[in-house]
Design a protein around this ligand. Structure first.
Ligand code: ARG
Length: 587
């Protein structure tokens, strides 16, 4: 099954072919002039151009063929050759019935599934996740859900930042504060204590202190560099201490991602590919792609037709340290070896675009990327009211836990304002507030095109009116409650009847889900899903306001409307689930 417009495209394309015209001009879209027809096809103009013919005359030929097809109630020609199409109510009802009966709600499963790696989240060890990581996580998770639903085999990787200078900074900071720890004894080979000498909270204090010290004092920076090099070279005490950093940080990350309902298949990090780097560099040297430049080892990736300068990718600095690009390149080697993917998506801040351009080019030059296509799925920043990347009032990074607590609190006061969930048990109220708060944050993020920046405004995000998560959650909850009441009264959904004015728009809207999903999938734009969900909810709300359902005396009509309500709920729940947004049972 496909969308209504796609089905009509098939029919109109055949008519073009029958009229002796190229079928690819038969593309049908939902009309932007509903007063003239439900659907439109502008292909006669293009066909006329390539055939040097009169567009109106070609349009007339196609229209005449379409008029003999009983699914159309009206086929007309406007202006220089625009085809306007309106389908019969009988056909519309039949199609809506098929859609309602389809467990996939009319969305086909991809015929040729691809293996897709999604790299998102990207939190850094010992540093709290900031709003950039939040965006990466929310967008990446939505894409993971979407790709999986469409039928691809998805593998998500959190790709932690765990191997750079910050690790050496932490080690040398702890060495100063607690030189007696066994990790620092010069020739210690272990075994080392199983208990971590630091907690997540300790790390969150230690890291900013270490970073500040390194900034102020070149000797401290030098010590941190040395510690990083020794860690990477495998000094046992440092590795053991570092492993504790990873373990305590990952425990916190798992809790954070769990709270957000975000799952990763792989919990790998930059360090996991350390052993692949040496052989990879040998290979790049052999292929004459790696060359010395000012003491560093680089891969030149510029192309003659570049409009902006693309600097070489640095593999090794003059002190031999590996770089962010080096681990990313080796990660490609690892992923190609393990999964042989068709596609690799990197959901990372748009400000890293050049970095990914360099990495992808280097991988392609060296043939490290197998058959995979790589894409940087960039996104803009979430800003504070001052238009700068969002910070806490104290100017620090907002911790995810704090942000979600704030959102939940705001959602709770909204529920109180609206008199929702008022007499529910406290535990349920809290759970609803959490779903609404997190739903509000996710929807606010996903409803903007990912590349645009937006302002963090919890007050607006949590409103129950307008383009918000809570509005959609409430719309779904209202339908759930309608269906529950119906069931209590023994009213059942029945066959979908040909629409009147009241049901027609809703049916037309339901028939577009596959297009919304395919647009979001093709362009990697969850905002297309948000747009669809919002629009469907509004159409449903007009339908619901215009008719009686439970009190409808005509039982066949009541059954048909209940079936439409159930189909709407199914679509809303599907789309919200693809956005990673949960719907409470009641509110
Ligand atoms: N850890 C990085 C950061 O905080 C993001 C990692 C993104 N993924 C990647 N393969 N480079 O900026």
């Amino acid at each position: 099954m496909t969308s209504l417009a796609a089905t009509l495209t098939g029919i109109v394309s055949s008519a073009f072919a029958e009229a002796g015209l190229p079928p690819e001009f038969g593309t049908v879209t939902v009309s932007n002039r509903p007063d003239l027809g439900q659907f439109q096809c502008n292909g006669a103009l293009g066909a006329a151009k390539s055939a040097r013919a009169n567009p109106r005359e070609l349009g007339e030929r196609v229209a005449a063929l379409l008029r003999s097809n009983p699914i159309f109630a009206d086929v007309s020609l406007a202006g220089p050759g625009f085809l306007n199409l309106t389908v019969t109510d009988t056909w519309l009802a039949e199609r809506t019935q098929q859609l309602a009966d389809d467990p996939r709600l009319g969305v086909p499963v991809k015929a040729d599934p691809a293996t897709v790696i999604l790299d998102f989240g990207g939190p850094n060890i010992a540093k709290p996740m900031h709003v950039g990581h939040l965006r990466a996580s929310i967008i990446g998770d939505s894409l993971q859900r979407l790709f999986r639903f469409v039928g691809d085999r998805t593998i998500s990787d959190v790709h932690m930042g765990d191997w750079g200078l910050p690790m050496g900074m932490l080690i040398s900071e702890i060495a100063l504060r607690r030189p007696d720890l066994p990790y620092f004894a010069p020739d210690a080979t272990g075994p080392f204590p199983e208990e971590s000498p630091v907690s997540m909270e300790d790390l969150e204090d230690l890291y900013p202190a270490a970073a500040a010290a390194c900034k102020a004092d070149p000797a401290r920076l030098e010590a941190a560099r040395r510690a990083t090099a020794e860690l990477q070279a495998g000094r046992p005490g440092y590795r053991a201490l570092w492993q504790h950093f990873i373990d305590v940080s990952v425990a916190g990350m798992r809790r954070d991602f769990g709270d957000l309902g975000i799952h990763f298949d792989l919990w790998k990090g930059e360090a996991d590919v350390h052993d692949l780097i040496g052989p990879m560099i040998d290979d790049l040297r052999e292929k004459a792609l790696a060359e010395e430049s000012e003491g560093a080892l680089v891969v030149r990736v510029a192309r003659p037709d570049d409009k902006v300068e693309v600097p070489p990718l640095i593999l090794l600095k003059s002190d031999g340290a590996v770089m962010y690009g080096t681990t990313d390149l080796a990660t490609i080697v690892d992923r190609v070896r393990e999964y042989d993917p068709d596609l690799m998506l990197y959901v990372v801040d748009q400000r890293q675009h050049l970095h990914f351009e360099q990495v992808f080019r280097a991988a392609a030059l060296a043939g490290l990327d197998g058959k995979a296509k790589s894409e940087h799925i960039g996104f803009g920043t979430m800003n504070g009211p001052d238009g700068k990347p969002f910070k806490t009032r104290a100017g620090g990074v907002m911790k995810l836990q704090d942000l979600l607590a704030m959102a939940t609190e705001q959602a709770l006061s909204r529920l109180n304002e609206e008199g929702l969930a008022a007499d529910y048990p406290e535990e349920e109220r809290q759970a609803i507030a959490r779903m609404v708060g997190i739903g509000a944050v996710k929807f606010a993020d996903l409803s903007n095109h990912r590349l645009s920046n937006y302002v963090f405004d919890l007050e607006r995000f949590t409103r129950f009116e307008g383009r918000t998560g809570p509005y959609l959650q409430y719309a779904a909850v209202r339908i759930k409650s309608l269906l529950r009441k119906a069931a209590e009264q023994g009213a059942e959904a029945g066959a979908i009847l040909p629409p009147t004015e009241i049901e027609r728009d809703l049916m037309l809207n339901l028939g577009q889900l596959p297009d919304a999903i395919s647009a979001a999938y093709q362009k990697r734009t969850p905002n297309d899903l948000c747009e669809f969900a919002f629009w469907l909810s509004q159409t449903f709300s007009r339908f619901y306001g215009a008719c009686h359902i439970l009190s409808e005396p005509d039982l066949a009509l009541r059954g048909s409307r209940l079936a439409l309500a159930a189909a709407t709920l199914a679509q809303l729940e599907l789309v919200l689930s693809l956005l990673g947004i949960e719907v409470p049972d009641r509110m």
